[in-house]
Design a protein around this ligand. Structure first.
Ligand code: BG6
Length: 489
């Protein structure tokens, strides 16, 4: 058998600053958007439904925010990167916390202490043989930009963003070759506050937050993000012509299957896919597609934009498509599709026999990954980078201290087999970065209990724990996968 995964394929893992670093007010950092998000941990009946999600842009004394200390990666990154090196990681994805560099977002000078932290972090990755793969904003923006300016609803954000990006590109371009702009930016319509950094505030009464953003407002925010994305690509290539700059999307939702062959279901799937494709059509192909123009016309939701901005978007598409894939979804006309781990959730798919264990229970669909890779290749002809795939489990060491995470091994194995198929189909895949190679705080629920790691961290939902790191069974298995370049699955 020929080599299944290409020679230069990057194996590794991915995390985000706000879910791993902790030290939330250290060395000059101010509050991030995610620092004030109240997850399911505090509100057990809260589902990932933006209509029900309570959003208050300030800290509450009676709530628990595990992300404030997270797993203390800020102080322990050497130890943690050594563990990643032990698995042979060739790449490690994390994000820069914008609020470490510009604590309020609108300062004229960056915070040197924040810059120094990432100097050291990226240098350590390189020393340990890992390419830093850096998200410029992983649901992270200084909270002040939201409460003071309304976030991405406001065109001023483009300038604040470009200032931040200019500083980090100039500072780190020798250390970093792979960049991504906004994490899962297509979640803007589902979780606008976090994914889009959008807030409709009454400036005189910041406590009056409009929870129901109009479609037009959301498209306006998206447009500002698209302009910022294009300008980022332009500037990044000016500073470093070798840099690879990608967009990052949540694309489990592309694997949306019709429940029946009723044309209503087929068209419903198409419309659901269009909601994701919009972001690719703009950031990869460089233009707003006809289906969105129609929706603007019919719903009066066309955002403001100039010819110059459209020209920028056309001229500076991204170099690659980075995405997360966790599961697939079924669409049936009339049935609700809600937001859940990794994307959307509709009716159960009777052909998928396995779900992840309780309490999260999402459908396990490795073939969906092959489908998404092919879909992207057929439509966009760009290199693909899997920068998130993984499984959250509720697990603790047994009496011997071991964690037998067979389900995780099986989940990854099945997905890698399908990824190999996608590569054989002709998809140009740059690498596979497993989500959460060490246990971190869940983005969706704010919990520690939802663990993705090859390495367990002793921290519990009530905040207790020694922070001790312990290798799970999957650690050695994944090490072997990398060592054999995916031959030994
Ligand atoms: C992705 C996010 O949607 O899914 C990550 O980019 C997140 O930040 C991951 O952690 C898994 O979701 P969750 O809710 O289980 O943490």
């Amino acid at each position: 058998m020929g080599q299944a995964f290409p020679e230069n394929f990057l194996w590794g893992g991915a995390v985000a600053a706000n879910q791993i670093e902790g030290a939330y007010l250290e060395d000059g950092k101010q509050l991030n958007v995610t620092d004030v998000v109240v997850g399911i941990l505090n509100e057990p009946d809260l589902k990932w439904n933006p209509k029900r999600q309570k959003w208050e842009p300030a800290l509450k004394a009676d709530k628990v925010y595990l992300s404030h200390e997270a797993i203390d990666f800020y102080h322990r990154f050497n130890e943690d990167l050594a563990l990643m090196e032990g698995m042979g990681f060739q790449a490690f994805r994390t994000s820069i916390s914008w609020a470490r560099i510009f604590p309020n977002g609108d300062e004229t000078e960056p915070n040197e202490a924040g810059l120094r932290y990432y100097d050291e972090l990226f240098a350590q990755m390189r020393r340990r043989g890992m390419e830093p793969v850096i998200t410029l904003s992983h649901y992270e923006m200084p909270l002040h930009l939201l409460t003071e300016y309304g976030g991405w609803l406001n065109p001023k954000m483009i300038d604040f963003w470009m200032k931040y990006v200019d500083v980090v590109f100039r500072r780190y371009h020798n250390a970093v070759n792979y960049w991504m702009t906004f994490n899962e930016v297509n979640n803007l319509f589902r979780i606008p506050f976090v994914a889009g950094g959008v807030l409709d505030i009454h400036p005189a009464h910041p406590e009056h937050v409009n929870q129901d953003l109009t479609e037009r407002q959301l498209y306006q925010a998206a447009h500002h993000l698209f302009v910022a994305n294009a300008k980022t690509v332009q500037l990044g290539h000016q500073i470093d012509p070798q840099a690879k700059i990608g967009c990052m999307l949540s694309l489990s939702s592309l694997a949306t299957y019709p429940y029946t062959c009723d044309p209503q279901d087929i068209l419903g799937v198409m419309e659901h896919q269009h909601k994701q494709m919009l972001f690719l059509d703009v950031m990869v192909r460089g233009e707003y597609p006809g289906y969105v123009q129609r929706s603007w016309r019919e719903n009066g939701s066309r955002p403001d934009m100039t010819q110059d901005e459209l020209e920028l978007i056309r001229s500076f598409p991204v170099d690659y498509i980075a995405f997360s894939y966790y599961r697939s979804t079924v669409y049936h006309a009339g049935a609700e599709i809600r937001t859940d781990t990794g994307g959307s959730a509709g009716l159960d798919n009777p052909y998928l026999k396995q779900t992840s264990p309780a309490p999260w229970r999402w459908p396990v669909d490795p073939q969906g990954l092959r489908y998404v890779c092919n879909f992207l290749t057929d439509h966009y002809h760009k290199p693909l980078f899997i920068v998130e795939n993984g499984i959250g489990l509720d697990e603790q060491p047994d009496e011997t201290g071991a964690i037998h995470d067979d389900f995780r091994v099986e989940y990854i194995r099945e997905h890698l087999i399908q990824l190999r198929e996608a590569i054989a189909d002709g998809c140009d895949v740059m690498g596979y970065l497993y989500w959460g190679p060490i246990d971190i705080v869940s983005a969706g629920t704010g919990e520690m209990r939802k663990r993705y790691g090859f390495v367990h961290v002793d921290r519990q939902n009530d905040g207790s724990g020694t922070l001790k790191r312990t290798r799970k069974d999957s650690y050695e298995w994944f090490r072997k996968v990398i060592a054999t370049q995916g031959e030994d699955l």
